[in-house]
Design a protein around this ligand. Sequence first.
Ligand SMILES: Cc1ncc(COP(=O)(O)O)c(C=O)c1O
Length: 488
Amino acid sequence: MSEATQPDRAESERIAEAIGRIVPALEEFNSYQGQDLAALNRATWTNALDEPLPLHGAGLDAVLQELAETVIPHGLRIGSPGFSGWVTLSPSTAGTAAALASTMAGAQRYFIQPFNLLEKVALNWLAELLGLPGEMQGIFTSGGSVANLVGLGAARQRAFETIGHDAARDGLPPDVRWRLYGSSEVHHVVLRAAGVLGLGRRSVAGIETDADHRINLRRLSETLAADRAKSILPVAIVASAGTVNTGAVDPLEQMADIAAEFSTWLHVDGAYGLFGVLDPRVAPLYQGLERADSAAVDPHKWLAAPIGCGAAFVRDRDLLARAFTTEPADYLEGSIGAPECRSPYDDLGEPYHHLGIEHSAPSRGVRVWAILKEIGAEGMRERVIRHNDFARHLAARAQQEERLELLMEPTLSICCFRYRQPQMDEQELDDLNEQIVQTLHAEGELVPSTTRVGGKLAIRPCYINPRTTLAEVDGLADRVLALGDALR
Ligand SMILES: Cc1ncc(COP(=O)(O)O)c(C=O)c1O
């Protein structure tokens, strides 16, 4: 038989059977029962999986068996109810089902098909949910890193266009100095975005914060004024709407005033905290959001969409297109466009490949659409309020308990606290709290992260997980007390 008539070795059918084979392992994993053996069994699964490249292939059955027996049981339990570390989690069920659906039926987000439409529908829903202005158009990205990159890419385009230069087309001009401005609490991906955009990580001025970890407005104005005197081009002011360390929300309204005064761009990094606007108790902190030029938000955080889902919103979509266009290509735009649209391939649909940095990309809108369709705006509001309540509840306990100390009043769903004993010095307290958290991680039931608040090591749960209940919140306080007593 010639090679041309050989069937491919990859199975492209037997879908129900294949998924059915791994579903029991996934159900078991999703119950988060028993001990987390991933680290303890590391040698076992490493030996099983880190094999030489197979020459002939082992076939689908061998793959499914390995997935069910070795990979899934040792998966990452960041969806477990007691996990509150960092700002990351496993998706809820609707998002998981939508991801599976789009993997097969919406493998590309273009052309005349529902997955293209759902990108737009979901972006519009998100904008409405978050109170972003109607003219702000979005694009889904792989997460907050790229959402910030896209927003700042648009800012870069605008800033250099004001001096008659097309930065996306011609690169950055010589003989011009520029700067971006954010607080010392901006997420480090903002610095990387500046690096990737050719602006340089060091071009981001890290303005000091006030006692509430919000940007110091006076210092921001002074820095901009001093730079203006030196003819430094202001590319953007970056506001954090929910810092990753403490959840502090920068004063957006005043930052919008300052951006207007210095004719510069206001970008809001709300990757984690933009959903906080849904809680009426903190919604006033977001006043001024409607004046932002761009904003980043991550559905794969508080909305519990599958990982790989951020969104950037930019007020001026033409600018976004100028910043990110790939220029029409013969093989793509040149090969479609029959006016009657009788085939899906007669129209690309929304041209997302000209508005961000990905050409091919998974359909992410369907995942956000599925979650919002399931729980509605009110479901999301209830979640945000519940999680903010968790942080406040824990803060109240930390204030009541002698041996706990609240290091900062929570703004959103992050609570920074620590175990304490009056006779211990700062270094001893840092060491003890670090030991407590390391023990919690080893136990695997209640898993917060740590950060530093005012130089002190803080235990930092961040509540975004729909599976978490008050039992895990109280459980964390109880366990920290018990461990602190035992370890000190
Ligand atoms: C405020 C903020 N910005 C940006 C990011 C980066 O997002 P991602 O991890 O989705 O790239 C994070 C992640 O935690 C964040 O909290």
